[in-house]
Design a protein around this ligand. Structure first.
Ligand SMILES: C[S@@+](CC[C@H](N)C(=O)[O-])C[C@H]1O[C@@H](n2cnc3c(N)ncnc32)[C@H](O)[C@@H]1O
Length: 351
């Protein structure tokens, strides 16, 4: 954990006990929440502000097994880079030196885009995926990473210039409450970009088979489901490719007919991936689809109704994972990153 970012962003109700520090990073120690008399460990450089067992265990497993699979820096492709800038409609120079709160960062494929733009990034995930992200991005720039919960954030309200959250809100038990919790973190004049899976009233190749199987697969322990998916997906992939290659050539109804194939298999055709990458992406995304405890897609209209409200400007469009909402909080736009708060540091050894 980076000491100076901790001092700047975490609520003053937290007190830090440092056990071991190396090159400006707190490697181990404790964060004490004085208002709740709670003690949270810092393990392997990352504060853990949630109980280790929670509904995101499947995500921890997949992002640690496929730590670099979807990172642009590892694939040599630019899906995440393009997806980020096209959908947020932010500009790199707008992010430079600004504070960004990233919610549900997984292995950190967007964290690396934010850091490369020169943002000061505070990023968190509910699962042990933070270990993968820390490994991938700790040395990349100004990053404060912690394991935490959208519904219980360790900041005072209105601290961030930007809030970013892609691929996450449909996987929470109450997406509207999660949205409100994140919106509260924006400073006046700040901007937010979020997305949701899109709910459609017809068969869709990317969603129908998963909703058929999820009542069963979400009941399996994540390790068991992962073994099952890692076994059948590579075997099924060639036939799936043959079927979908034909169906996707049929305009309009082809993708709907592909939605009627009952075997769930995320098949990344025509994306320029190597054979090995396609296999890994298929296992990763099929496991993701079948294992997430919550999966609550919304229509664009439902997203719009959720995010609209007084004191903000909202744009809802189709993109990224389905539906994207870009929101600006009204207010003074002159907000430079806020000043550091004085904070008491203690070391366990009394140093
Ligand atoms: C599908 S992954 C997306 C990860 C990353 N944003 C990406 O696009 O690669 C969803 C992530 O949301 C996280 N998540 C789910 N509920 C959360 C919560 N209440 N607080 C923080 N993160 C949460 C999961 O642990 C998981 O890593």
């Amino acid at each position: 954990m980076r000491t100076e970012l901790y001092r700047e962003f975490l609520s003053a109700r937290f007190e830090l006990e440092v056990e071991r520090e190396a090159a400006g990073d707190i490697v181990s120690g404790t964060l004490i929440d004085r208002s709740r008399a709670a003690r949270w460990p810092i393990v392997a450089g990352v504060p853990r502000l949630v109980p280790p067992e929670n509904y995101s265990a499947n995500f921890g497993l997949q992002w640690n097994r496929f730590r670099t699979t979807q990172l642009d820096s590892a694939t040599g492709l630019n899906f995440t880079f393009n997806g980020f800038w096209n959908n947020t409609r932010w500009r790199p120079r707008e992010l430079h030196g600004c504070s960004v709160l990233e919610a549900g960062s997984g292995a950190g494929r967007f964290t690396e885009v934010l850091l490369d733009a020169g943002a000061r990034v505070v990023s968190f995930d509910y699962s042990s995926a933070v270990d993968a992200n820390w490994h991938n991005n700790a040395a990349r720039g100004e990053l404060l990473l912690f394991q935490g919960d959208i519904y219980d954030l360790p900041f005072d309200a209105g601290r961030f210039d930007f809030v970013f959250c892609y691929g996450v809100l449909q996987h929470t038990p109450d997406p509207a409450a999660a949205f409100r919790a994140l919106f509260a973190q924006l400073r006046p004049g700040g901007r937010m970009s979020i997305d949701f899976y899109r709910r459609v009233p017809y068969p869709a190749w990317y969603s129908t088979p998963k909703y058929l199987w999820r009542p069963l697969t979400t009941r399996l322990p994540p390790e068991q489901l992962f073994r099952l998916v890692s076994w059948y997906v590579p075997k099924w992939l060639p036939l799936d490719t043959a079927l979908k290659s034909v169906l996707f050539r049929v305009p309009r109804i082809g993708p709907m007919l592909a939605g009627l194939i009952p075997v769930p298999c995320w098949n990344h055709l025509r994306m320029g991936l190597t054979r090995q990458q396609r296999r890994d992406w298929a296992i990763l995304n099929t496991f993701d689809a079948l294992g997430a405890r919550y999966d609550q897609p919304l229509t664009a209209r439902e997203v719009e109704a959720m995010v609209r409200g007084p004191g903000r400007e909202v744009q809802v469009s189709h993109g990224a994972n389905g539906v994207v909402a870009n929101i600006t909080k009204h207010g003074d736009t002159a907000g430079a990153p806020q000043q550091a708060q004085p904070r008491r540091l203690r070391t366990a050894a009394g140093r």
